[in-house]
Write a protein that binds this ligand. Structure first.
Ligand code: ADP
Length: 216
């Protein structure tokens, strides 16, 4: 069973993903988290991905598709996929792989938030560099000396993401509109079960709404 989280940067995909994984039995596959780990370890992929990510551009499909399809698992796998697909060609590659694996998309959760709220959220967001758990800053220039409660490791640090600066945020929102949003129509045309989620409420309200569509 595959559940896909689709939505602009700042829509709260990562936050809701953590709640879904805590409540239901899913393997969490996040391309953003995978890429950040590659960047952190300065791997070959990480060095390539870093410049795209910092600018707010998509990392080329050739690096992404293989990374994700290898992780989809067997027929009965329960995957929660966050950050993929992000353009039509990735959606096509995912369809091809799911058909080969005799797997299906159970639901696409399309999270909607207006631009003003996205920019507001991203300007006051930091994340744990180890577990990626989000942290809300009291102001955009809060001096961070916070430790993350979720990470087992004592050395974890909460930090503003390199791509959460105004220029990259603006670029990511534009890339979302031009490249990712057309996936909504693509899935609707294919009769994939896609539901629109109003993602402006509190974390718990949004989670309650989302939970209705996760069939266990
Ligand atoms: P957000 O949704 O807040 O932009 P993510 O953590 O999902 O954050 O992604 C961060 C960055 O990682 C993206 O801006 C992009 O550069 C890269 N990335 C993540 N997923 C993909 C993907 N499927 N295809 C290409 N690039 C990706």
């Amino acid at each position: 069973m595959n559940v896909i989280l689709l939505g602009p940067p700042g829509a709260g995909k990562g936050t809701q993903a953590r709640k879904i994984v805590d409540e239901f039995d899913f393997d969490y596959i996040s391309t953003g988290d995978m890429l950040r780990k590659e960047v952190e370890s300065a791997s070959r992929l990480g060095k390539i991905a870093k410049s795209y990510m910092n600018k707010g551009d998509l990392v080329p499909d050739s690096f992404i598709v293989e990374m994700i399809v290898d992780n989809l698992g067997e027929l009965n796998a329960r995957n929660l996929i966050d950050g993929f697909p992000r353009n039509i060609s990735q959606a096509e590659a995912l369809n091809k792989k799911l058909t080969e694996n005799q797997q299906k998309i159970a639901v696409v959760l399309h999270m909607n938030v207006d631009d003003e709220e996205l920019i507001n959220r991203l300007s006051t967001r930091a994340v744990c560099i180890l577990c990626q758990a989000p942290y809300k800053l009291k102001s955009p220039d809060e001096n961070l000396i916070v430790k993350c409660n979720n990470s087992p490791n004592k050395d974890c640090i909460i930090k503003v993401r390199d791509d959460d600066n105004p220029k990259s945020v603006a670029r990511r929102i534009t890339v979302y509109k031009n490249e990712t949003f057309p996936i909504v129509k693509y899935y609707k045309d294919l009769n994939v079960n896609l539901v629109d989620i109003d993602a402006r409420g509190t974390e718990d309200e949004i989670f309650q709404e989302i939970s209705k569509f996760i069939v266990v």
